[in-house]
Design a protein around this ligand. Structure first.
Ligand SMILES: [Zn+2]
Length: 103
């Protein structure tokens, strides 16, 4: 099977893991810049680990704000998807077998 034919197969997207999120503090704070010798502003950069729920995100932000008074954050969400081809493959297959053809 060529790559061109695979592009036109009717794959089904399936979520493999629940969505999780990470939050990063992007509040501008003054910081020294050794290369130019004076103060510049930069993002705080404090970042959480990957969190499971919005409540955990809010708790992390609340704790960081209480410690730093920083208020501006960036949230990143991720999810992991699997492309199921037509037919069936053994459980756990993540790479189409060499020479695989659709049913
Ligand atoms: Zn911060």
């Amino acid at each position: 099977m060529t790559r061109t034919l695979l592009r036109f197969l009717d794959f089904t997207l399936r979520r493999c893991r629940d969505e999780d999120r990470r939050v990063k503090c992007v509040t501008s704070v003054p910081g020294p810049c050794p290369s130019v010798g004076f103060m510049l502003t930069q993002d705080c950069g404090a970042e959480s680990e990957w969190l499971s729920t919005e409540g955990e995100v809010t708790d992390w932000m609340r704790k960081h704000t209480s410690e730093t008074r920083h208020l501006r954050y960036e949230r990143t969400k991720r999810e992991e998807l699997l492309m199921d081809p037509p037919g069936s493959l053994p459980a756990g297959t993540e790479i189409l077998p060499e020479g695989w053809t659709p049913p």
